[in-house]
Structures are given as C-alpha cells and as structure tokens.
Write a protein that binds this ligand. Structure first.
Ligand SMILES: Nc1ncnc2c1ncn2[C@@H]1O[C@H](COP(=O)(O)OP(=O)(O)OP(=O)(O)O)[C@@H](O)[C@H]1O
Ligand SMILES: [Mg+2]
Length: 269
C-alpha cells in the first residue's frame, strides 16, 4: 500500500520563470525507506515543502495515507513527522518543553510521549540537557531534538530533509538505525540526501531528481540495470555532473522569495 502518492507535481516559484519541480510522480510504500537523491538546487527541498504543506503547489497532487495535502491538510499532516533542513525550532523553550509542545499538538498521551522521548533522549545522549534552553545547543544537538519532536507522535510517514548533515558518526548511526526501525514497525521514511553511501546502505528504493525532473526511480539493482554505470556514484555523477552554473541562487534571495511565494507580493504573478 502506498503511504504517499505524488502525482504530476509541478512547482514554480512566483518570482522565477523556471520550474523548480517539473511534473514528478512516485509512490512511497508502507515499510520502506525511500531516498530522494539529487545535487544542490535539484528540487529536493521544494518537493519536501510541497509534501508537508509549507509551500502551495502549482500543479499535480500529493496524498499522505489517502489524504490530500491540499484538500485535507490536517489529516494529511497528522500522519507526517517532519525534520526540516534548517531545524527551525522555538529556541527559547527547553528541550523538554519543545518535545511536550510537539506532543500536545499531535494529541500524544503523557505515557506514550514519555516512553518515546526517554528512549530517544537516551539514544542521542541528550538526557542530561533536556531541561536546558534549545538556544544553548550545538547544531547537531538541535538536529537531534528536532528528530525527537518529529517522532513523538509515531507518524506513519517520517520526512527528513538532509538529516545527516552535521551529525557525528555515532548520532548518524543511531539516526539511520531509527529510520530502519521505524519502517520495520510498518511505517515509512522519506529523506533527501546527496550522501550516496548513506542512501546505498539505508534505502529500499531511491528516486534521483535533477533540474526539477525525476530521472530514475527504483531499488538499487533496478537503477543500476537502467544505467551503463556500475556504482551509484558513477550513475549520480553521469546524471548530474553538469549545470553548476544554475545553482548560484543566494540563500537570502531564496528565503525572501519563499516568503513572497507563501504570502504574496504586488509584483508577483
Ligand atoms: N524561494 C525560492 N524562490 C525562488 N526559487 C527558489 C526558491 N527556493 C528554491 N528555489 C530554486 O528552486 C530550485 C530547487 O531548489 P531546492 O532548494 O528545492 O533544491 P535542493 O535539491 O533542496 O538543493 P540543496 O541540495 O542545495 O538543498 C533551485 O533552482 C532554486 O534556486
Ligand atoms: Mg535542499
């Protein structure tokens, strides 16, 4: 059964003439870890922001556990746990307050939230600092609290944007284990990355996106069979080894345009 169905998704930012995501379709099935691979600027985060309802979509449809993210956003979102690439959190809260806040939003009972949070705090070595303010944490610590907040309601679909960036080897190992465990329990994980060795080790299936278009989808063997190259690295490089000049979008412009995309501006179409 498909936990997530993406059908002909297209996304054009209001201030841009090109399509950031161009007519992509794929399913994520129950029990699988699905890797979304692509170079910088390929359209991974844009796709993820459409899936999670952060950005409006231009064309196409997305459903999570049968609920459309456009027509039935609350039901769709109740089934998602999301770890964004910039781990934006309420940094004035302590880690415990943040986890409780997330648990409250998703109506998680006191007992369940304690069992889940304690296990992950232990796993990520954060039990000692749970009553400290998040603003005092390092990048990796914030990332791990974000992971705990995203999993506290045990979502059917766990979505992570570049989750391993900045994690130390132990935390990275624990996070990969957590992804696999989550899927073994009948859930699914969808994460973006350009770390090929991680994708190769952890994923049941992979999609490769380049310049907004889906180039290949399948398990590793299928992907290798479709290509004349023999390793995922060679395949990735031969698909994506061009177009560096198109990836020069300044970060501040991106944030500014994203704001306009959601809230509008007079010049936008
Ligand atoms: N807010 C925005 N306004 C206009 N264009 C944008 C905006 N955000 C992203 N883009 C453009 O959309 C395309 C896809 O960007 P996206 O952030 O989805 O890439 P990505 O695959 O997540 O890259 P990375 O690996 O660097 O995170 C790029 O061409 C980028 O310049
Ligand atoms: Mg990105």
């Amino acid at each position: 059964m498909a936990i997530m169905q993406i059908s002909h998704l297209t996304k054009q930012y209001k201030n841009s003439s090109k399509l950031a995501v161009d007519d992509i379709s794929f399913d994520v099935k129950e029990g699988e870890v699905f890797g979304f691979l692509g170079p910088n600027g390929a359209g991974k985060s844009t796709t993820i922001k459409c899936i999670t309802g952060i950005l409006p979509i231009t064309e196409g449809s997305i459903s999570i556990c049968g609920h459309s993210i456009v027509d039935d956003p609350i039901q769709a979102k109740l089934n998602i746990g999301f770890v964004p690439d910039n781990h934006q959190m309420y940094e004035q809260l302590t880690a415990r307050e943040y986890i409780n806040f997330m648990a409250d939003i998703y109506h998680v009972g006191k007992e369940d939230r304690k069992i889940r949070a304690d296990k992950m705090l232990e796993l990520f070595d954060l039990a000692k600092v749970v009553d400290d303010q998040i603003s005092t944490f390092s990048h990796g610590m914030k990332q791990k609290i974000c992971v705990i907040g995203a999993l506290v309601h045990n979502p059917k679909l766990w979505i992570l944007d570049e989750p391993l960036t900045g994690l130390d080897p132990k935390s990275s190992f624990e996070l990969k284990q957590l992804m696999k465990e989550h899927c073994k329990e009948g859930n699914s994980v969808f994460f973006s990355s350009h770390m090929l060795e991680v994708v190769e080790k952890v994923c049941d299936r992979i999609s490769i996106i380049n310049n907004g278009k889906l180039v290949m989808t399948g398990d590793l063997d299928e992907i290798k069979a479709k290509s004349s190259d023999s390793s995922l690295e060679e395949i990735f490089l031969s698909i994506t080894g061009v177009k560096e000049e198109e990836n020069d979008f300044a970060i501040n412009d991106k944030a500014d345009n994203e704001f306009k995309d959601v809230f509008g501006d007079e010049q936008s179409k």
